[in-house]
Design a protein around this ligand. Structure first.
Ligand code: NCD
Ligand code: ZN
Length: 365
């Protein structure tokens, strides 16, 4: 059966450019997005250099403008050195990303005063996304609540975390959250199959009981976000493997499988992969934008056939259901499986560019 759905929105991806194009670049990363049914991705600031000021933001925007195949936004990173200078850049960004825990890249905010200053300075109309794990989630929620500002919690993975967020929502606090497909579909028990280096990811794969708590509290989960974080096979299999999984091309089929099994409704899926990210991140409407999905098509995941440059996946060999057949973005067909049929540079920045459909081009005489 062919279904026409809205273009999906992924509020958490890592495009690796500038600085680490051996892992991914804006072209390969957004080709993976289109193949996965995403027409808009919001990119994290832990590039090299990290996006923390005007020159780094402009350098990233330059790469994205030339190479992106789908629409995009850029997060700026909260550092110890841009407490005052980040906020004026808000209109050029999708939001502020605060790292309270250590992960890939140098960005980490260690002290409470810096966290508070960033939250106080950042404009209320633009989102703040926080990478916080365990009790640090409680701290971040508390600071945001005191400042009466909204907060979005990235990649929630543990039972105690989802219950904490549930309690905050019940108190009426302006807290939203996202969960990744890998935390919904994988646990520590999958580590031997995936391999020790390849299964490194932040937050780490969790217990079965954590996974069950995420599914039981689906109502608390606002968005499904891939946290697409490609690293090469050599890096993942080498010494000191960096954390991160690619995820753009497997997210929709995994979740459609859950719809098929009755663990989730199609409406639940579209709320979390389109409606809620659009609302939480105040994204403009992508007019004349839709994806066509063959919801019954079965296929076996093979890293080597994915469009992500890293060419591996923690879901290797799994049989998934659902394939994206066609993607239309702003009135133009940009993807016809298995090919991207638009030139790099078609994607627009949702924070700075107009998202009206492209005017119909006159036919040359
Ligand atoms: C991310 C990366 O590689 O950039 N890694 C990860 O394990 N998720 C960083 C992050 O989102 O924590
Ligand atoms: Zn991430």
């Amino acid at each position: 059966m062919l279904l026409t759905l809205p273009g999906l929105i992924d509020p958490h991806v890592h495009m690796r450019e500038p600085g680490q194009t051996h892992k991914e670049d804006w072209r390969s990363g957004t080709a993976a997005a289109l193949a996965g049914g995403f027409t808009c991705v919001l990119a994290m600031p832990n590039t090299r250099p990290p996006l923390v000021d005007i020159p780094s933001l402009e350098a990233a925007e330059d790469c994205a403008r030339k190479k992106a195949l789908c629409d995009y936004g850029l997060f700026i990173g909260a550092g110890a050195d841009n407490l005052e200078t980040a906020a004026p850049l808000a209109p050029k960004t999708a939001g502020l990303k605060m790292y309270l825990d250590r992960t890939f890249g140098p960005l980490q905010l260690k002290n409470k005063a810096a966290i508070t200053a960033h939250m106080a300075n950042w404009p209320a109309a633009k989102p703040i996304v926080v990478h916080a794990e365990g009790r640090k989630i409680a701290m971040a929620i508390q600071i945001a609540a005191r400042l009466k500002r909204s907060l979005h919690i990235a990649h929630v993975s543990r039972k105690e975390e989802i219950l904490l967020i549930k309690a905050a929502k019940e108190k009426g606090l302006a807290v939203t959250c996202e969960v990744t497909p890998h935390h919904l579909f994988l646990t520590k028990e999958d580590i031997p199959r995936i391999g020790p280096g390849r299964s490194e990811v932040r937050p780490r794969l969790a217990e079965k009981s954590d996974q069950a708590a995420l599914w039981e509290n689906l109502a608390v989960i606002d968005c499904f976000a891939t946290d697409h974080a490609p690293h090469t096979k050599a890096e993942k299999d080498g010494e000191d493997p960096p954390p991160g999984f690619p995820g753009l091309e497997t997210a929709l089929p995994l979740l459609l499988g859950a719809v098929h099994e009755g663990r989730l409704t199609m409406e639940d899926l579209l709320q979390r992969m389109h409606d809620n990210p659009k609302r939480i991140f105040s994204l403009p409407e992508q007019l004349v934008t839709m994806i066509q999905v063959d919801v019954d098509a079965r296929w076996t995941v093979r890293g080597e056939y994915l469009k992500t440059q890293c060419a591996w996946t923690p879901f290797e060999g799994m049989s998934l259901r659902g394939r994206v057949i066609q993607v239309d973005l702003r009135g133009t067909t940009v993807y016809e499986a298995p090919d991207v049929i638009v030139e790099p540079g078609f994607g627009r920045n949702i924070s700075t560019g107009s998202l009206a459909p492209d005017p119909v081009k006159p036919i040359p005489m």
